[in-house]
Ligand binder design. Sequence first.
Ligand SMILES: [Zn+2]
Length: 56
Amino acid sequence: MPLQAGLLEILACPACHSALEERDSELICTGQDCGLAYPVRDGIPVLLVDEARRPE
Ligand SMILES: [Zn+2]
């Protein structure tokens, strides 16, 4: 399910407040030294640091 149009523009990484980028049904933080990947479940972004995947 695609994200609602315009939603990405208002979302920010809760850890560093950088912009997010949708990739493979995850929202990837674009912040340098952050890069957390947040899951999207049923079209709803889960912007919780505890739920985020750490970059390798
Ligand atoms: Zn971040």
